[in-house]
Write a protein that binds this ligand. Structure first.
Ligand SMILES: *Cc1c(COP(=O)(O)O)cnc(C)c1O
Length: 423
């Protein structure tokens, strides 16, 4: 079931103060989830959540998560800059490497963060870009299918990420020879998975691989990083992940694999942490009846790309009509010149009239941050509903000047309101 923790009055109050569209995030909800996760893993020494910045890269949110004891998982120069600006440093930062420039490895090292290597070739990159640290993390790709019981939950064999087991054996031995004192092991094998068995199954794979690698290479195991991928119930008929039960089940696997303890656990949840605590708020501005019935919103796919990109389901409600019968069937669209710009296709909804306030649920992760500027459409504002029940704009909406800012090298710049650079 999507998150219905906020009454319509909150969205109406926000829309009376700020022009639509905007994403609204609930501070109290985000704090509740961070605390619940800590509780689920409170049995584990040195547990820490490294929030995946890409899910919701707003400094106000990152500072809230810092107050809750979280670190950050960063994967780019700008994400590292955000982490630094929000006061994260040292072991509060995880840098998840990929095919990125050498300078980004060096930047992560300068901040003192953990570097999570994605490939055996990254060992040399790290050696020349910041140096090999005492604690190094590597990403494991077991290949094949990832199964929970008999169900296929992911296809690591087709994923671009991670070392093979043999590469880990060789790579960790090399890292040890280059000065590493201990290692962490990471894997991300399934995305948006609400099955309570996901983390425990992944944990078992990682605990066993990490134990045998430590034994083979003589490099001690410091931590296992369970990464992200825990899902949320976007659809009304979906059960939420029971994170306390997940923590308990991971503990059972942990006790069996590490009877002596001493191994830390890290997570990098993005979607689970903030996804249900965000809503895209828009007005219905158009209504059209042809072969189907269409409702046009003042928001479009640049504000929330997931439906257009993945056909993802996002629940939609209409303020003041939560109890009304869903006796109409609409395609709910934006204004892009792209037929996939639809928030919902043939969705049963109450009757919608122009001026209605429409709420798209579960936009708090991979929502605003996947935004783009197609058709010259601009990114929206982000509003925080603060823990005391107030509202705070934590990012303004883009203006045309923002869109044109990178044309500051063109003769048309002044006419577009941009100050030209002299070169
Ligand atoms: C995207 C990502 C995450 C977060 O994924 P969610 O699905 O939001 O939980 C965590 N770790 C890494 C390395 C990622 O790329």
């Amino acid at each position: 079931m999507p998150n219905f923790s906020l009454p319509d009055a909150v969205f109406e109050e926000a829309a009376a103060r700020f022009p639509t569209p905007f994403h609204l995030y609930d501070e109290a909800g985000i704090r509740r989830r961070a605390r619940l996760l800590q509780k689920a893993f409170s049995w584990c020494p040195d547990f820490r959540e490294y929030f995946a910045v890409k899910a919701l890269p707003n400094p106000a949110i990152l500072r809230i998560l810092k107050e809750e004891g979280c670190g950050l998982d960063c994967s780019s120069e700008t994400e590292l800059m955000l982490a630094e600006a929000c006061g994260f440093s040292g072991d509060e930062i995880m840098f998840s490497a990929n095919a990125m420039p050498d300078e980004e490895f060096a930047f992560a090292r300068r901040l003192g963060g953990y570097v999570n290597l994605d490939d055996i070739s990254h060992i040399d990159i790290l050696a020349r870009s910041g140096g090999i640290p005492e604690t190094v993390c590597c990403r494991y790709n077991p290949g094949g299918d990832f199964r929970i019981g008999t169900a296929i939950m992911g296809n690591p064999g087709e994923a671009k990420y991670g070392f093979t087991y043999d590469q880990l054996t060789e790579g960790l031995a090399r890292l040890k020879a280059m000065g590493a004192k201990r290692f962490g092991l990471h894997a991300f094998l399934s995305s948006n998975n609400t099955d309570n068995a996901y983390y425990p199954t992944l944990a078992k794979t990682l605990f066993e691989a990490a134990s045998s690698l430590a034994e083979k290479t003589g490099l001690p195991l410091a931590f296992v990083n369970l990464s992200g991928g825990v899902g949320i119930p976007y659809r009304p008929d979906q059960e939420p992940t029971d994170i306390l039960a997940v923590g308990e089940a991971v503990e059972k696997v942990y006790r069996a694999c590490f009877p002596e303890g001493g191994v830390a656990i890290k997570t990098e949840l993005g979607r689970w942490m903030t996804g249900p605590e965000g809503w895209l708020v828009a007005h219905a501005t158009h209504h059209k009846d042809t072969y189907r019935h269409y409702i046009g919103l003042d928001a479009c796919a640049v504000n929330l790309m997931r439906p257009a990109m993945y056909g993802a389901y996002h629940h939609i409600t209409v303020c003041g009509k939560r109890e009304a019968p869903c006796d109409r069937v609409y395609d709910v669209t934006g204004c892009l010149c792209e037929n996939n710009d639809k928030f919902a296709i043939e969705r049963a909804l109450p009757e919608i009239v122009e001026g209605d306030l429409v709420v798209i649920h579960d936009t708090g992760a991979h929502g605003f941050s996947m935004g783009y500027n197609y058709n010259g459409r601009l990114r929206s504002a982000e509003i925080l509903r603060t823990a005391d029940g107030g509202f705070r704009m934590i990012r303004r909406a883009e203006t045309p000047a923002d869109y044109f800012a990178t044309l500051d090298i063109d003769e048309a710049a002044p006419a577009l309101g941009v100050t030209p650079h002299t070169r």
